[in-house]
Design a protein around this ligand. Structure first.
Ligand SMILES: [Zn+2]
Length: 202
């Protein structure tokens, strides 16, 4: 329905000799896949408001998970960061990507980034806040995955589970974050959450 509405709207504009250069939509799947094919001459942008809402929802859900409450105080800031990235980068997609990725440093109190075009923070001095700790929280979440606190394990099974958690963490700790053109929000979440699909039943 949305795609049909869009096509009809554009056809009416064309009929009235109005040329459309830029199009802003939500991330409707059919619009996204058909736009490139049907109207390649129009620049297509996603409405940052929809993206920010999606990120906020995903972070809220992530923060509800056991051991992930530390995410919650950061949600507002990450959403603001999303708007700032869109407003301050023009059409420079790499700059958008590098600025967006910088948030994963910022939340662990690192403000210099591995980027040629966005190497340094642009904010001023920051007041002390509840910074996340790189690695430690991620490892805890991996341990919780393999040895849930809701289940009691005797010493030997617990030791085995901690070993598996450590192996899993070390195996995946240096994996590159998966990124799509739209920059997956998963890129900001602890890497341990992404896992390799390994799952042990109790
Ligand atoms: Zn920063």
């Amino acid at each position: 329905m949305e795609l049909l509405g869009l096509k009809r709207g554009l056809r009416d504009l064309e009929f009235n000799n109005i040329q459309v250069q830029d199009l802003v939509t939500d991330r409707h799947v059919m619009i996204k896949s058909n736009k490139k094919k049907d109207i390649p001459e129009i620049n297509h942008y996603f409405d940052v408001c929809h993206i920010a809402k999606g990120i906020s929802r995903k972070l809220e859900n992530a923060a509800k998970k056991r051991g992930a409450g530390q995410i919650r105080p950061w949600i507002k800031g990450i959403v603001n960061h999303t708007y700032w990235v869109a407003a301050s980068s023009g059409d420079n997609n790499q700059l958008k990507l590098d600025k967006w990725r910088s948030i994963s440093n910022h939340i662990i109190n690192v403000h210099n980034h591995d980027s040629e075009i966005f190497p340094e923070y642009e904010h001023g001095e920051l007041e002390p806040r509840d910074w996340m700790q790189q690695g430690l929280d991620v490892f805890h979440s991996v341990v919780n995955h393999f040895a849930p606190k809701s289940t009691h394990f005797f010493y030997t099974p617990m030791l085995a589970r901690l070993c598996v958690a450590a192996l899993h963490y070390n195996e995946n700790g240096t994996r590159k974050q998966s990124m799509t053109k739209e920059v997956k929000v998963a890129g900001m979440l602890p890497k341990g959450k992404k896992g390799t699909g390994m799952y042990c039943k109790t």
